[in-house]
Design a protein around this ligand. Structure first.
Ligand code: SF4
Ligand code: SF4
Length: 826
């Protein structure tokens, strides 16, 4: 039964921008903490199970007219339930396409779905990829934590199905759809186990949700005065802070932001006006779902899509009360020193029979403690340790970079900043890897030995160290180690985790290889242990000794083989068991082939140097040996034959000549910053294949195209990504919390803001390239260039406008995109 419509008490206030659309009112799980079925409000019993075609059409129309009348740039629609996937693909497609059709030309549509994940399969993901629908999944932590509440009605666990669904989103082509995880807190669960298990699923964002409670139905606590919820979150906050805030956690991000005068990212905190309405399967407008915990009928507004425009809802007293900032709070909250960050907590959590919502949150003591703790830790963090190196780009150089160009002088601060970043990452690997019980003691001892050598090289030959660290795949390795070190899976002891520890120990051992390569470059002596990876001993940027797998290692239960490397001024000796090979240091450093002495036991070996591609004024490593190079979008080729390398050299020299002659504006930055080319396997049907990777600064990966002009284009295009990635490592150009997807004119699927910015920046150069080709060619080649120029110019110009109107650019980002716009303005 719905309550009679309450007429608005005031004129329209803040327009609504977020719509929670219930597409199915039942669920395939029976979580005992569910606010839909287990809370005071039981209105779900009288609702249709699935949203009807009529409600869909009227809803889309209402949202469009509301957006139009308020001139909204964008609206967010969250497909919700019950369990929204129970509505089925056909009904979801209908919902999505109706919304898209109604909002086309009106405003941008940010579509999401919140699901328990158990039904999520490739078919749903295909549908969501087609329409850019981002997927948030509810998961309460590790298996034990999740099984505590999130079960089927017959008691079965949902954990395996949910993690399988997350696996679908984490990898490959659906990655951009992965919006994050929603975790309801239970203080009976170990907070760090919950945190680590969620982080191991690689979520772009985590939302920790306080269980819904009111003063009439307070949360579970050991004692009335305890602040266990604060303690639970503080344990995670401290870990998150120590790890460098690598993930986005909405609660913490909001508090950090509001403490600094910024906005909150959740209605559970801060003083941002509420702009959310729920639309039920029968078309009823309701207030926030969480109000179901307050009392039966609490979320009702008495209005619906058939009889009322959305402006009616904005005038509802319950919505207005959540739009008045501090003035809408009780006296205690108004006088509270942390009110700007807290905002009285979630509206629902303030309810008490008699005084309604004019109370502090039932989590008041927890919120106060959490916010003051975070406030106290932030200055401490800022003050702790030596001042970090700072890097800035000269104004004229920055302007050239923003326009899509920039020369060697503009590259210099980017290169220096990357060096600082890499040193910080190495320090992070060392600290995390030598933390108690991170990896076995032997692996820690090798890590310490490598660190000692590196610090000695840093003291005596810093340039040699810098040269080794500039190898693009050192950062890829460091990030991989840090990702593995984050979830402390290694202390739990089952077989998978044993394998994880072994893999991590081998990865950490690569620091010895970095130290050995740097020692050779510095002419210093050192003895280091290095893991044998895929049958080879790798020296980053120099090459690898391919030794083949040893039978003894194969039968040793999977433990990795280890080589001992003795570096001296004139010779580098590599020993594995009884076998030993000697390599002249000068040959190693020159990139030449090394005659390798046969090992005493006859074990075969071949030194495979990193070969250099050269052109006038440029030397670039052709990297086909590094074990961490396969980090680009496409598969890395195995080691090239001499004939294949010779072909690369011919094409590279010709491509470089083309760049210097016709596209000289890009040559200076390429000569300064392009250090590495990594051969990729060619795609099917002869498509061009090339890529850059955010963590591989200085590297461009490509399948060798048939003609050098195309290689020149690929180099220029991909190096744009390298430049912009380095700029983004230095400056915030957009709000990183914005996880919407945007239309990119050159792709069928929608892209996150960073992806769109990267693509647009790269296509500035592509447009420029074809503009030049149009001028310097004749006949059919000029016609083709003119067509390509027209297409890329239009695409890039449109994408610039999408970026400019995203509403998520920082002031610097707005300036940067404006400079990009100048480059595509005729
Ligand atoms: S999955 Fe969500 S809607 Fe379904 S029972 Fe659990 S909490 Fe409720
Ligand atoms: S900490 Fe308590 S008193 Fe302060 S704003 Fe939050 S709920 Fe209100």
């Amino acid at each position: 039964m719905s309550r009679p419509f309450v007429p608005p008490v005031e004129s329209v206030q803040v327009p609504l921008g977020q719509f929670v659309l219930k597409v199915h009112s039942r669920c395939d799980l029976a979580c005992d903490h569910c606010y839909v079925y287990e809370a005071a409000d039981q209105s779900w019993r009288g609702r249709p199970k699935t949203i009807s075609a009529e409600v869909i059409a009227r809803t889309a129309q209402r949202i469009a007219e509301h957006a139009m009348s308020h001139g909204l740039d964008a609206v967010q629609v969250v497909l919700h339930g019950g369990e929204p996937l129970l509505a089925g693909r056909a009904r979801l497609r209908q919902v999505i396409t109706e919304l898209e059709a109604a909002l086309r030309g009106v405003c941008r549509l940010d579509l999401r779905i919140h699901t328990n994940g158990v039904l999520l399969d490739e078919g749903f993901c295909e549908l969501f990829a087609e329409h850019g629908v981002r997927v948030g999944i509810s998961l309460d932590g590790d298996r034990a934590a999740n099984d505590r509440h999130r079960r089927y009605a017959d008691g079965r666990s949902s954990y395996d199905k949910v993690t399988r669904a997350i696996g679908l989103l984490r990898g490959g082509r659906f990655r951009d759809l992965y919006a994050g995880l929603l975790c309801t807190i239970d203080i009976a669960n170990d907070p760090l186990v919950v945190y680590e298990s969620l982080m191991s699923l690689d979520p772009p964002r985590i939302d920790f949700l306080l269980p819904h409670a009111t003063w009439d139905h307070p949360p579970v606590r050991a004692a009335a005065a305890d602040t266990e919820y604060a303690g639970w979150l503080i344990a995670i906050f401290d870990r998150w802070l120590a790890e460098g805030r690598t993930a986005r956690i909405r609660t913490f991000d909001s508090i950090v932001s509001t403490l600094g005068g910024g906005k909150s990212f959740t209605e559970a905190l801060g003083l941002e006006p509420a702009a959310l309405v729920v639309i039920e399967t029968d078309g009823s407008y309701e207030q926030a779902d969480s109000l179901k915990a307050a009392f039966d009928g609490a979320p009702q507004t008495g209005a619906n899509v058939f009889d009322h425009a959305l402006d009616v809802v904005t005038g509802h007293p319950g919505i207005l009360a959540r739009q008045q900032g501090a003035a809408g709070l009780c006296q205690t909250c108004q006088e509270c020193p942390v009110v700007t960050s807290c905002g009285g907590g979630l509206y629902t959590h303030r309810h008490r029979t008699g005084s309604g919502f004019a109370n502090p949150s039932v989590y008041c003591a927890d919120l106060f403690k959490l916010i003051t703790h975070i406030s106290s830790r932030l200055p401490e963090e800022a003050a702790g340790g030596p001042a970090p190196a700072t890097h800035a780009i000269d104004g004229r150089d920055f302007q050239a970079l923003a326009a899509g160009y920039g020369d060697a002088a503009a590259m210099a601060p980017l290169i220096e900043a990357q060096h600082s970043l890499l040193r910080a990452l190495l320090g992070g690997v060392y600290q995390a890897g030598t933390a108690p019980s991170a990896v076995p003691a032997a692996a820690q001892a090798e890590l310490r030995a490598a660190w000692t050598v590196l610090t000695a090289i840093d003291r005596e030959h810093p340039k040699a160290l810098a040269a080794t660290l500039s190898h693009p795949y050192v950062r890829v390795w460091a990030v991989r180690c840090l990702e593995q070190l984050r979830p402390a899976a290694f202390s739990r002891g089952d077989e998978d985790q044993t394998a994880t520890v072994r893999g991590l120990a081998a990865d950490l051992g690569h620091l010895g290889a970095i130290a050995a390569a740097a020692a050779a470059a510095a002419g210093m002596t050192a003895t280091l242990k290095i893991p044998v990876i895929d049958g080879a001993v790798h020296l980053p940027a120099l090459g690898r000794l391919q030794v083949g797998r040893d039978q003894a290692a194969r039968s040793s239960g999977g433990a990795h083989e280890t080589a001992t490397v003795d570096v001296a001024a004139d010779v580098v000796s590599i020993r594995i068991g009884e076998s030993c090979w000697a390599l002249a240091t000068i040959d190693l450093l020159s990139g030449g082939g090394c005659p390798v002495a046969t090992a005493q036991n006859g074990r075969s070996a071949e030194w495979q140097p990193v070969r250099m591609l050269t052109g006038p004024g440029i030397r670039v490593a052709l990297e086909d040996t590094d074990p961490y190079r396969d980090c680009h979008q496409w598969r890395a080729l195995p080691r090239l034959t001499d004939a294949e390398f010779a072909r690369w050299q011919r094409h590279f020299a010709a491509a470089w000549e083309e760049i210097e002659r016709e596209h000289a504006v890009y040559a200076s930055a390429l000569a300064a910053g392009l250090t590495t080319l990594m051969p990729l396997a060619a795609a099917q049907e002869g498509n061009e294949v090339s890529a850059a990777a955010r963590h591989a600064f200085g590297a461009v990966a490509a399948a060798l195209p048939d003609d050098p002009v195309t290689l020149a284009l690929l180099l220029i295009h991909e190096f744009q990504h390298v430049k912009l990635g380095a700029v983004l490592d230095l400056y915030d150009l957009f709000d990183p919390a914005d996880d919407r997807l945007f239309h990119a004119p050159w792709r069928a699927d929608k892209r996150p803001l960073e992806g769109l910015l990267q693509g647009t920046y790269a296509h500035l150069a592509v447009t420029d390239f074809w503009h030049t080709r149009q001028r310097v060619t004749v006949g059919p080649a000029a016609e083709e260039a003119a067509q390509r120029f027209a297409r890329w110019h239009a695409h890039t110009r449109d994408a610039v406008e999408t970026l400019a109107s995203s509403g998520s650019l920082t002031p610097l980002g707005t300036w940067f995109v404006d400079e990009m716009r100048q480059s595509v303005t005729p």
